[in-house]
Design a protein around this ligand. Structure first.
Ligand SMILES: C[S@@+](CC[C@H](N)C(=O)[O-])C[C@H]1O[C@@H](n2cnc3c(N)ncnc32)[C@H](O)[C@@H]1O
Length: 251
């Protein structure tokens, strides 16, 4: 199996736990159909689904073929009892391939990547191949988006993608995180700045249930909370309801 740049299994596990605790607090019964959006070369989703003992059908959506090849190998080991359908498609393109009712749609930190993905179009895999070169390319793309003042238009496109999806599908529980990225520490964090408004709009429009998230996040993980820099402390950033969208729909 190829080494994956920057994958920290403890962090992946911790994130899985946050998603699992939200599902637990939501009291959602009978989860049969799950969609994971934009996992990249990461396995938080698999850890999360293990924790909730999921055995239904999982649809994995990512626009990068290499991501799907990697996940096919890893997810089959981590989720042997789950039927998995891999779709090399964006959220919007996947609409005709997904069931009308989805029990759970979840995604970790996708909005910045969806914005830059829109900008790069067919070239976007070059930014998401998880190599040092792709990280440089990604950073270059953000600088272009900022310089050309394209972030509002691109964010609007991504917002429409979500709106169309929710107009077409019934989603019982939607969970999305978009915390401050530690990735660009030391450099200007353009991606967080330019993603902020889109996240706030989606959170407001969906009437996100912060009470449920606060309940789920009321636990301490002191040994793991090693981020000393201001603003990266877990309770200030990742384990904080303000950086999550959680929408439960009674159908
Ligand atoms: C870096 S990953 C996102 C972070 C990852 N979920 C995590 O937990 O660290 C970004 C992925 O989003 C994919 N992507 C970008 N735009 C997309 C879209 N509109 N629909 C689906 N996947 C998309 C990219 O191919 C890439 O693999």
């Amino acid at each position: 199996m190829k080494k994956v740049l920057g994958l920290d299994p403890y962090f992946e596990h911790y994130m899985g736990l946050l998603f699992a605790r939200i599902v637990q607090s939501s009291k959602l019964k009978k989860i049969n159909t799950v969609v994971e959006l934009a996992p990249g070369f990461r396995i938080k989703g698999a850890y999360f689904l293990q924790m909730i003992h999921f055995t239904g059908t999982l649809y994995v959506l990512d626009t990068n073929a290499k991501v799907l090849t990697y996940l096919k190998e890893v997810y089959s080991l981590l989720l042997p009892e789950v039927k998995i359908v891999y779709l090399k498609k964006s959220l919007q393109e996947a609409i005709p391939f997904l069931p009308d009712t989805i029990d759970l749609l979840f995604s970790n930190h996708p909005l910045d990547d969806m914005i830059v993905g829109r900008y790069l179009g067919k070239l976007s895999p070059l930014a998401f191949n998880n190599t040092f070169l792709s990280q440089k390319y990604l950073y270059w793309a953000w600088k272009q988006i900022k310089r050309k003042q394209l972030s509002s238009a691109l964010s609007e496109d991504v917002r429409s993608e979500f709106q169309l999806f929710f107009k077409t599908k019934k989603v019982r529980l939607f969970i999305l995180s978009q915390y401050r990225s530690a990735y660009y520490r030391g450099e200007e964090n353009i991606s967080d700045q330019l993603t902020h408004d889109l996240f706030q709009q989606l959170k407001k429009e969906g009437n996100s249930n912060d009470t449920l998230t606060c309940q789920a996040f009321a636990f301490d993980f002191p040994d793991f909370d090693v981020a000393k820099e201001e603003g990266f402390h877990l309770k200030d950033n990742i384990q904080n309801s303000k950086h999550w969208i959680v929408i439960k729909n009674e159908l």
